[in-house]
Design a protein around this ligand. Structure first.
Ligand SMILES: Cc1ncc(COP(=O)(O)O)c(C=O)c1O
Length: 355
């Protein structure tokens, strides 16, 4: 619990009028306001919504040196019945606090994360784009801010929420290469949305790009044998058109909220679900036998991304994404729930203006 009152300082110079909603690159434009909460010596000491602004930080800021930084990714949509809605934000709230525990950071109170986020979106609701397929991307981030050189749990942290209008995501089919050398994250770290996991992924992704692939299919860090994730998404395989297979949550992969939503929708639709270890050698056997009919990734940014080419030990395995039916159906159902075109049977959308 936090008894801190949320203070709001509105901008006097909104940038909304000058913003071109017809051409929105991902992640480069930010709405008028941000939420900034500060933690010092064991307590949250301030919680404010202020105009978007630069931060003033010491060069000794601990997180610059020791990478103590975690984040989340959430989307708000325009829903035809409920107005602006946020998709499953409570799940991101819980995951952020799980990441905080692993990284020795303070828990963020619900009043700061959830209530603050809803206030922030309400204040900047005109920044939620209106065109088909567009949304508002919400980025909470927390990092150590004590100006101190030395490896220890810092006494100061900053929690920020910024929001960014994002354009229609024309999900391009992707090619991926199985990396048998570099892992994305170790067990116990991959399940945290820890900034360092993403830094560690960059060089292997560049190497896959140099080979002509868009992204990496990650294997586990211990055996380099079991499938974990694809790029920054969870991975799924459809076997014989009726079984959906995805790696079990073993601590090495991020427990994706889209992953969970897909599993719930797929179960509801009557598909067989297997959450288990996926041995890359057995998977390649099944691909060679023609049993794997669809391969796809899931995440907040694109919902579902179809994979058409998988490279393994110098060989390419191709998939005809024009014949994908299971993943196309699941993607449509999920997007339609977000937009209000399909009944929200699981209660996943949270309106910013409840009735
Ligand atoms: C490494 C990784 N895996 C999976 C996901 C998908 O998670 P979610 O569905 O919660 O967006 C993300 C993106 O957030 C990610 O960064």
């Amino acid at each position: 619990m936090s008894n801190l009152k949320l203070e709001v300082e509105r901008t006097k110079n909104s940038r909304l009028q000058d913003f071109d909603f017809s051409n929105i690159p991902f992640g480069r434009n930010f709405s008028d306001h941000i939420l900034v909460a500060d933690y010092k010596n064991g307590e949250w000491i301030s919680n404010k919504i202020v105009p978007f602004q630069l931060l003033n930080l010491s060069p000794a800021t601990t997180s610059f040196h020791y990478a103590q930084s975690i984040f989340e990714g959430i989307k708000a949509h325009r829903n035809i019945h409920e107005g602006i809605v946020v998709f499953r934000p409570e799940e991101n709230f819980k995951r952020m606090n799980n990441s905080a525990t692993r990284l020795a950071m303070p828990q963020i109170p619900k009043e700061i994360f959830m209530d603050g986020m809803m206030e922030l979106i309400k204040l900047d609701e005109d920044w939620v784009p209106k065109a088909e397929g567009t949304s508002l991307y919400i980025r909470p981030v927390m990092f150590g801010t004590e100006p101190f050189i030395g490896v220890k749990v810092p006494t100061e942290f900053k929690f920020i929420i910024m929001t960014s209008p994002v354009g229609a995501y024309y999900s391009e089919d992707v090619s991926v290469y199985v990396d048998e050398e570099n892992a994305r994250a170790t067990k116990g770290m991959g399940c945290a949305k820890f900034a360092g996991n993403y830094a560690a992924s960059l060089a292997p992704v560049e190497a896959a790009r140099a080979k002509g692939y868009k992204d990496v299919l990650w294997l586990d860090s211990e055996h380099h044998q079991y499938v974990q994730e694809v790029g920054t998404m969870n991975i799924f395989f459809v076997k014989n058109g009726n079984t959906i297979i995805t790696p079990e949550l073993d601590g090495g992969l991020l427990p994706g909220i889209t992953r969970d939503s897909i599993l719930k929708l797929a179960t509801h639709r009557g598909y067989q679900i297997e959450e288990r270890l996926i041995d890359i050698n057995e998977l390649i056997d099944e691909i060679e036998k023609g049993e794997i009919t669809e391969v796809f990734g899931s995440g907040t940014a694109a919902v579902i991304t179809y994979i058409y080419r998988l490279g393994f030990r110098g060989r390419d395995y191709l998939f005809d994404t024009s014949k994908y039916t299971v993943s196309i159906g699941l993607r449509k159902e999920l997007v339609d729930i977000q937009k209000g075109k399909e009944e929200d049977i699981f209660n996943w959308v949270t309106p910013i203006h409840p009735h």
